[in-house]
Design a protein around this ligand. Structure first.
Ligand SMILES: [Zn+2]
Ligand SMILES: [Zn+2]
Length: 254
């Protein structure tokens, strides 16, 4: 029998569910807040154990809280994963059929692309050929905004990428649908969508941009960690909070 959840665990879970996804900094602050509010024992280094108790109780409902990394800045996040519904249909209570089809097509474009991104022009073009029900440009833009607001997609200057939430929650689905197209990062072993690829055709390993930045930091010659050939990409400078000391993670607002 797993340890039952206390009120502190329940509050943590409810907050995570209403936010969809929280950063590890937010999770630490929330952990403290929940324990203090409900008079539960609090120890800053026990977040993983705290989440383990929740996960043991979620298991019969085919759910668990999973950690993942932002492909943009390397920050760790927590999201709630449903292991029973491995399809995009888990989004069906919030979206119409043609909106879900648009999401699938956007995901196809992103996964098929070299850089893990799709331009708004390409997404708008495929809205023209939806089988469920075509969408006009204005409507498509509104739906895309909703995907961004609901934290399924990220958008920067008209370019769409899969959000951290999407990658954490949809990993199983993506592996099933895209199979060999889904690669993992050589450094962190998480699914790698936005990444750099080794140009040596017999190698072809992938690394996330933040992982590239960390791996090559302080090395004069960027060589592929797998085949030792020159890494023929611009080494990104990722402004991440990874180097921030944990003490500074204090009271992040949710
Ligand atoms: Zn990585
Ligand atoms: Zn290589």
């Amino acid at each position: 029998m797993s340890r039952p959840m206390g009120d502190s665990h329940k509050r943590f879970l409810q907050t995570l569910m209403s936010n969809g996804i929280i950063s590890s900094i937010q999770a630490k602050a929330l952990h403290r807040h929940c324990c203090e509010t409900h008079g539960a024992h609090y120890s800053a280094d026990r977040l993983d154990e705290f989440i383990d108790v929740i996960n043991a109780n979620l298991q019969p409902m085919f759910m668990y809280i999973r950690k993942g990394m932002s492909e943009e800045d390397g920050v760790q996040y927590y999201a709630l994963v449903n292991t029973a519904e491995t399809d995009i249909t888990r989004m069906s209570s919030d979206y119409a059929d043609n909106e879900l089809e648009l999401f699938r097509k956007t995901m196809d474009l992103i996964v098929d692309s070299e850089n893990g991104a799709a331009s708004s022009t390409d997404v708008l073009n495929c809205a023209d050929s939806l089988q469920t029900k075509k969408m006009k440009k204005k409507e498509t833009e509104l739906v895309l905004n909703k995907f961004v607001q609901d934290k399924w997609l990220n958008e920067k200057q008209g370019v769409y990428t899969l959000s951290t939430r999407c990658i954490i929650e949809m990993e199983q689905y993506m592996r099933l649908i895209y199979q060999d197209l889904i690669k993992v990062c050589h450094v962190c072993h998480n699914v790698a969508i936005q990444s750099q690829i080794c140009e040596n055709p017999t190698c072809g390993i992938q690394m996330h941009l933040p992982c590239v930045a960390i791996y090559f930091k302080g090395r004069s010659d960027p060589l592929c960690p797998a085949c030792n050939q020159f890494w023929a990409h611009e080494i990104p400078v990722v402004t991440c909070t990874l180097s921030r000391p944990p003490e500074a993670n204090g009271e992040a607002e949710l």
